[in-house]
Design a protein around this ligand. Structure first.
Ligand code: GDP
Ligand code: CA
Length: 314
């Protein structure tokens, strides 16, 4: 079976780790957000691709929730002494190795999709990682005062606390990366990971061609709520949802994505057991809804969630 997952970073990575275990023998492809990417002191940083790569490789820092386990920050310390660097964005030494290798490939004219495949080939990930696009389309945040800044600066430096009017995905004429549309067309099941709808999933959908391919896909599209009992599980997705006028609630996100039969994105939606009362409103909007445990505490709970998502596709 061919399974395609639209994914952001940490939430998507945990989901993919469960799916890999639940769907052994299936061909898994992740279409990954690159709206968070940026250039920092000459290096190309792709946080969501790297979160997934490290998690599936088993070299991620579970405790901290991001980056490499056993990480050190000697290089960042040196750069600080020189007055060069990124005081608001932590880059560990092992992580910098990834960015240097990726930048080396990009500088040699290799597109991001191929650079990603080369980095990933070091490990046995069991999931094909595809950036949504090879083009640079970095999410911008428009502030209430009219100014704008890069999503990473808003999120990491300002902790998503600046009053915000809108998110802009400057996709221009960017194209889906090679393999993305083919994966969507040939998929048997398409899953939307419990990722941030505004800054992880929306930037993927904004790439010209991807939404149309999803609308036309023969595979059922099942989404998983990143919101449980009216709260984010990790991170600050509530700040993003509030900024675009969507309530931090599992039903509100389902309605925001919309039923595919009515011009939206999804055919089915999973909410947490504690949100079971919300399923009737979701069903009324034309989306099949089921309530299952959504907490990905460990591998078994993540695998059970993936199994439930596959069952909802039937
Ligand atoms: P990011 O790019 O690193 O921010 O990661 P994602 O966009 O992939 O995922 C962030 C979202 O994952 C947040 O909105 C969290 O609420 C959600 N999330 C994190 N852990 C869990 C979990 O165990 N279960 C569910 N359902 N959602 C989760
Ligand atoms: Ca991200």
């Amino acid at each position: 079976m061919k399974i395609v997952v639209l994914s952001g970073g940490v939430g998507g990575a945990r989901f993919l780790r469960g799916l890999r275990s639940a769907a052994a023998g299936s061909e898994l492809t992740a279409i990954v957000n690159v709206g968070d990417d940026m250039w920092l002191t000459g290096l190309r940083i792709c946080p969501d691709l790297d979160s997934i790569m490290y998690t599936l490789a088993g070299v991620n820092d579970e405790q901290r929730g991001w980056g490499r386990v056993g990480e050190s920050e000697r290089v960042s310390g040196e750069l600080r002494e020189y007055g060069v660097g990124w005081p608001w964005f932590t880059l560990g030494d092992l992580d910098l190795g990834t960015h240097i290798a990726r930048t080396h490939y990009l500088r040699s004219g290799i597109p991001l999709s191929e650079a990603t495949a080369r980095l990933a080939s070091r490990w046995d990930l069991g999931v094909r990682l595809l950036p949504a696009t090879d083009d640079e389309a970095e999410t911008q945040v428009v502030l209430a005062d009219g100014g704008s800044l890069h999503f990473q600066e808003w999120w990491t430096r300002h902790r998503a606390a600046l009053p915000t009017r809108a998110f802009v995905y400057p996709v221009g004429s960017s194209k889906p990366a090679p393999g993305v549309l083919e994966a969507i067309v040939s998929a048997h099941v398409i899953l939307i990971a419990p990722s941030n709808p505004v800054v992880s999933i929306a930037p993927i959908l904004a790439i010209p061609g991807i939404r149309d391919a999803l609308s036309a896909a023969r595979a059922p599209i099942v989404g998983v709520s990143p919101i449980i009992s009216g709260a984010v599980v990790r991170g600050m997705a509530d700040a993003c949802l509030t900024a675009i006028g969507v309530a931090t609630a599992a039903d509100a996100i389902a309605l925001h994505y919309g039923a595919r039969s009515r011009g939206g994105l999804i055919d089915a939606w999973l909410v947490d057991e504690t949100d079971a009362a919300l399923t009737s409103a979701i069903e009324a909007a034309g989306i099949r809804a089921s309530a299952v445990p959504l907490w990905m505490r460990d591998l078994p709970s993540s695998a059970a969630l993936a199994t439930a998502a596959l069952a909802a596709a039937k």
